[in-house]
Design a protein around this ligand. Sequence first.
Ligand code: C2G
Length: 731
Amino acid sequence: MVSIIVTHKQCLRYLEECLNSIAEQEFQDYETVLVVDDLQDEPEEFQKVIDKYKERIHLRLFYLERKTGVSAARNFGMDKAQGEYIYFLDNDDYIFEDGIKKLLDVMEDDTEMAYGRVQGTYQGTVTFEEKRDLEKEEERLSAYDFYNPMESRITHYRRLEGLSVLGALYKKSFLTEHNVRFDEEQMYFADVSVIAKIMSVATKMKGNVEAIYVKRRHNDRYNNPALDQTPKVDSMSWYFRAVDKAKEAAKGNEEIGRHLDLIVAKFVTLTLIQKLRWNTEEEPCWKDEYFDEFHRRLAEMNLKKLNKKYILWLEKPVMKAMAKGDREAVRKTGNRLLAKRKLKRMVKNKWSRNKAVALHIFNKMPIKNNYVIFESFMGRNYSGQPKYIYEYMQEHLGNKYTYIWSVDKRGLKIPGKHKKVRRSGIRYFYYMNRSKYWILNMKQPLSVPKREETILLETWHGTPLKRLVFDLNDVVGGVSNYKDKFYRQKEAWDYLLSDNPFSTEKFQSCFMYPREKILEYGYPANDPLYAPDREERAKKIKEKLGIPQDKKVIMYAPTWRDDNYYEIGQFKFDLDLDVNRLEKEFGDEYVILLRLHYLVVEALDMSKYGDFAINGSAYDDVTDLYLITDILITDYSSVFFDFANLKRPVLYYTYDLEKYRDILHGFYLSMEDDLPGPMLLTNDEVVDAIRNIDKIEEQYRERYEEFYDRFCCIDDGHATERVVNKIFGEQ
Ligand code: C2G
């Protein structure tokens, strides 16, 4: 029997996935020893999870009486374990179905330990598999000898946190015989001395590359940090202690001792020199006590004996200088190494190149108080709040300001006197650095340094229906450190615009953004929906799009799907709506305007549809399209909050509701109870709804009114004026 030892303190969402992965093990002769230490979850909620899994995972549950920490909990688990084998599984991690079986497959009578692979991820079980890049895995694996246990478990890692007991099966008698225990005083890096000891005494170890343990990196270090996300400055004393204890534990094993030295020396070149360059003011201990400690350690080491394979030529002088304790030499050689790394990034990446120029040149030039830079949807459109703020300023403030547009699309037409800069180009960096005002409707790139004096108005681009950033568990379609990046981005916003009290409330949680910096003024882009001449405008827009004036318009404007992409930021879209059928049914009275989301790069093949279907995806401004739309069909896109200002009917084609709600996003509203129109799951239902649109309007009248009062209560045609007055002063 295998004893799976899980320790738990908090985060039920992760624990559920962990227990579920145990329940699904192919090999069923196991017990789960769950040790609860200092429970931080609601006890009833915790109990619910336990009740759900206890039968399926052969559970034995223990509560520690006093708060003792993970090491003590693991020791306790080992004492309770009744199995022949021990397997440690952290409560925020999970294993593949054959994770344990594959290890047992290679365990022979005299094998003391069988190890597999530990893979890191920011994702939960559902998306991990989809996002796996097998080619990359292969490449990483081929860089070392997986079947050499010392290399797999110790020397392959260049950071202390890599040395871990996870992902392996241990014979219990072997652990007992050698008195292998976790050091209960060691707060962080407690695994290091345990694995050092195991590796120094084991005589027979087997590996199986197919046994996979998935180690979750927490994607939200602000609200739910993992132990290894503790700020380095706070864990350094544990770091040094762990190294010493591990050396003691591996007594006599030179290879392990040397590798621990290498890890310490590499800390200097990978981390310390950065801290010395950037962090000494807020964290002076890097140049004081930690510097002295590293000096002492490197002075005692035999640097020549360290494995040269892992040391770059520019790292050697830094290590030597540190061994001598020569601060000036450490600074010089360290900076040289940092400069080389930066240069490498610059050669590879245009953004880094331009950032360096911006930092050293543009940032030192005086700021221009009359420069305003605008950008909509990362430069892809001339639309949204930035467009309307710009047009208002052109009309009312004219030459008082210099207007700059950041664009990322050839041929983007922008009226009025302005400068156009290509996003990410050197001129873009120049103007971003010199402009006093940034008016953007999406996040700003972190590689553009923002000055203190710059005022960044983040207008955003919609009332949230789907959960966003810090209200999301896993971020499926974003980069892995999405939340970390977002945190730094939103910290730089001076104001955030909100369309209604609902958005104001949600933005505070999903962006972790303070109420006092939110401007609840309504959306400038919705002003035209209240323009007295909106009928006239609509006629012109129809003309521009080649839509006969006597035809009514159905607009289909779905959102993007986080899990359907070529690469991050380049999304696909599978058109599920049966356009040919709609043409047959409604071709005499309507045309259909197909409007895909700006993140979708897919070009629809319009040739299949004839005159009935109009391609609205390339049209810049969706506000114009609202003006000509008689019926809106959408799904989970925030377009309907804006469109509802017109009080025209909305249908929701939500054929993939469950997946979208449960896996990809989750919603802030109840799709069943709060929406101002019906949810439709099939093309039949869509056809039926259009046919009976009058009845639907009648049926949803009351709910629509409530919806309007809740979400459109501030828009009145004067939002732009309010925003401009606030940011640019009463003019
Ligand atoms: N949009 C559009 N056409 C679509 C979908 C969206 O022009 N077919 C534009 C609209 O201006 C809409 C905005 O993009 O308001 C946001 O679209 P969503 O589909 O809601 O998606 P997302 O970009 O993820 O934004 O708070 C809102 C959220 O940020 C959602």
